[in-house]
Design a binder for this molecule. Structure first.
Ligand code: WQD
Length: 335
């Protein structure tokens, strides 16, 4: 099977490429390199033995995508490409709607023109908004109480995919709602390495540990949680990548939606403690500050449907993610 990964040089896309190549899939990558580096292709080759064919194409470049699909003869698309900085999306909503929603419409039109009718979409738990409960299941209503344009683009794309699946009976759509991806490949060769200023917890912890950022700001310790700090469902990126392989194997006509998470919550202070443990006890400087606007106290996946229907569940732990992250940081230092 030949698979196109849009955004495939990114954090999750690159890890997914490796898992697919290991299983014999033919993988090609399209990326505009806005938030990733072309060197990732060499790292994929070093890890997997195969350097995927690469197209430097933007979702808004209709001609470039058309040429790529004309050559590619793809069986399935995994759609990772998109802008994902929550804070930036609040400042520049039109950039996010044009790129994420408009770009996806371009992709879908191109797929239709070239007879590609299987797509797996990289969605996010953010589409649930505030359900008033911590554990989230796929049958819950989405789109209500989303606090930022980034999250709304993910919701809108899900709705577009549902409508396209209704209009085209041969279309096969799987939506994967990620919780909080963390960790790096155990080889230490690839990991989360954004070009932009991160706003997620783990890349910030990484930059605090290297001294690029002075200290971690813990956004509030007065939530109704185990220790007052925010609780999230952190999933190792390798488990997440394997979830995509499981989804390919089970894709079918219509719409299928799965939470990809561990089903367990971890607080910010527990993440700090886990990182310090992996660092051999080295303290991570942090300061508790006021809550971040839009944050919820606790968000956790109920991953039962993915286990039942895809035969997939997470196997790696927070400690695995932290140990792999330290290994990755050590590799970066050696460069
Ligand atoms: C996690 C916890 C913060 C930074 C994101 C976005 C989106 C999605 C992943 C893909 C929260 C706390 C964080 C910091 C902190 N990705 N925190 N200090 O809030 O779950 O949202 O989920 O769709 O990027 O929706 O992830 O990593 O930003 O925050 O205390 O400097 O860490 O308050 O409790 P979040 P996050």
């Amino acid at each position: 099977m030949k698979v196109l990964l849009t955004g495939g040089t990114g954090y999750i896309g690159s890890h997914t490429a490796i898992e697919l190549i290991k299983l014999g899939y033919e993988v090609e990558i399209m990326d505009n390199l806005f938030n990733s580096k072309i060197e990732v292709l060499d790292k994929i080759a070093e890890i997997s033995g195969v350097k995927p064919k690469f197209y430097e194409v933007d979702l808004l470049d209709k001609d470039g995508m058309d040429k790529m699909f004309a050559e590619g003869d793809y069986d399935l698309v995994i759609h990772f490409a998109g802008l994902k900085a929550v804070g930036e999306s609040v400042e520049k909503p039109l950039k996010y709607y044009e790129n994420n929603v408009g770009g996806t419409i371009n992709l879908l039109e191109c797929m239709k023109k070239h007879g590609v009718n299987k797509i797996i979409f990289s969605s996010s738990a953010t589409v649930y908004g505030d359900q008033g409960v911590a554990e989230l299941t796929e049958d819950m209503q989405t789109g209500v109480g989303i606090t930022n344009p980034y999250g709304r683009t993910k919701y809108m794309i899900e709705e577009i995919l549902k409508d396209v699946a209704v209009a085209n009976k041969e279309f096969e759509v799987t939506i994967l709602r990620y919780f909080n991806p963390v960790g790096t490949h155990p080889s230490g060769l690839i990991g989360e390495d954004p070009n932009d200023i991160p706003n997620n917890l783990m890349p910030i912890i990484m930059k605090v540990s290297t001294g690029e950022i002075e200290k971690l700001k813990v956004y509030g310790d007065d939530y109704d949680t185990v220790d007052g700090t925010g609780v999230r469902d952190y999933i190792h990126v390798v488990d997440l990548a394997k979830g995509h392989v499981a989804a390919i194997n089970k894709i079918k006509s219509g719409i299928s939606i799965y939470n990809l998470g561990t089903g367990k919550g971890t607080s910010v202070l527990e993440m700090i403690a886990a990182f310090e443990k992996a660092s051999g006890g080295k303290k991570l400087p942090y300061e508790v500050v006021e809550r971040r606007a839009g944050d919820l106290a606790e968000i956790c996946a109920n991953p039962g449907r993915a286990e039942r229907e895809l035969g997939w569940k997470t196997e790696l732990t927070i400690d695995d993610a932290m140990n792999d992250t330290i290994n990755y940081l050590n590799h970066l230092k050696e460069k």
